[in-house]
Design a protein around this ligand. Structure first.
Ligand code: SAM
Length: 346
């Protein structure tokens, strides 16, 4: 039997086993999966930057401190087959669009791929034990991967930044507070929006705050930014200090649902009489991204969860606020911004 005939019989055999369309889709899925695994592992290994202008195999062995060259060679072959890498005369160079952007150091893309291995797959991997765990236990991704989690949030920046520009333009705040400020991207956006504004930022993760502070210093904005590491639930600002704007951007879901109204009330105590609180968050259901995020949050220790649509304004009203605006920020996602001021100023 010739090889064509063997192949044809193999294909026919595959078709006869049934679920042909599903199997074809599964093959396509596994290709996507392998690409994501390859790129995520390349970001973790830290080799792509060096492949912008090409590296020999011997150089790659040296920079990865590799003692198993046959494994490195096999891994590189995956990249070549995916067309993410190219190899000529034993020199490897980035080729694919994603690999080239990662090699250029795109921080959002790096966090996007790194997060897949660092924590996104974990909740699915451990599903059975997470479903049977006692109520006090769960994953601790925020403790272990604070920097990557803060960087993944940068995906929302193209939508949140112009929104904040508008708020700053309308309110003309003298002092603002960004709660859970992460990378400091929105501290910077607010400082850029108004040269007279001073912004305080607080975040649980000390390392994330150190990085954000350094970035703001480098941008020449350090003298108008005051970043501290701490928990907003116990943090006490200088009693004489009040904020014209307090922002809670992409982090309300880390607070247990029954405690959110109390948090808003507490933040209200930091506001000036005309001050406003702005809450920006993904809400539950309506997209794959929001369902996936809500699932990962539900698997955390504690009681993290995405709010339902309508929950943020309802909690704000319970906490004594008047909702000024409630709008969708992203056309394709249930991602909302709610703006409120205290119903009865002090
Ligand atoms: C998903 S990140 C968002 C960061 C930033 N707001 C953004 O949108 O890019 C959530 C941040 O909230 C911080 N956070 C969570 N709970 C907090 C708390 N109780 N007090 C202060 N920061 C908190 C986390 O450390 C994390 O950096």
């Amino acid at each position: 039997m010739g090889s064509f005939e063997t192949q044809a019989r193999g294909l026919l055999g595959t078709i006869r086993t049934g679920h042909v369309a599903a199997r074809a889709l599964a093959v396509a899925d596994s290709r996507v999966f392998v690409r994501a695994l390859f790129l995520a592992s390349a970001v973790r290994l830290g080799v792509l930057g060096g492949l912008r202008h090409g590296r020999s195999f011997a150089e790659l062995v040296a920079v990865t401190r590799c003692t198993r060259p046959e494994r490195l060679r096999a891994w590189l072959s995956v990249g070549v087959e995916l067309h993410e890498l190219d190899v000529r005369s034993d020199r490897y160079v980035v080729r694919g669009r994603r690999a080239r952007a990662l090699a250029d150091g795109d921080p959002l893309l790096q966090a996007h791929y790194r997060s897949m291995l660092d924590y996104q797959s974990g909740a699915y991997d451990e599903l059975a034990s997470l479903l049977r765990a006692d109520p006090s236990t769960g994953r601790v991704d925020l403790d272990e991967h604070a920097a990557v989690i803060a960087e993944v949030s940068l995906a929302a920046a193209p939508f949140v930044t112009p929104y904040l520009d508008r708020i700053v333009d309308e309110l003309r705040p003298g002092r603002a507070l960004d709660v859970g400020c992460g990378t400091g991207v929105y501290v910077r956006a607010m400082l850029d929006a108004d040269p007279l504004l001073t912004v305080d930022g607080i975040d649980l993760a000390a390392g994330v705050i150190d990085d954000a502070r350094e970035r703001l210093q480098t941008a020449g904005l350090g003298n108008r930014a005051n970043l501290v590491a701490g928990d907003i639930r116990s943090w006490e600002p200088d009693p004489a200090r009040r904020f014209d704007l307090v922002t809670l951007l992409n982090d309300v879901y880390y607070f247990p649902e029954p405690e959110r109204a109390a948090l808003y009330e507490r933040l209200g105590g930091f506001l000036t009489d005309d001050g406003e609180l702005v809450v920006v968050t993904m809400t539950r259901a309506g997209s794959i991204a929001s369902a996936h995020l809500h699932f990962m949050l539900a698997c955390e220790a504690g009681a993290a969860s995405l709010p339902e649509r309508g929950e943020v304004p309802a909690d704000l009203r319970r906490a004594g606020y008047v909702v000024v605006e409630d709008e969708a920020l992203v056309p394709t996602e249930p991602f909302v911004a709610v703006r409120a001021r205290r119903a009865a100023p002090r």
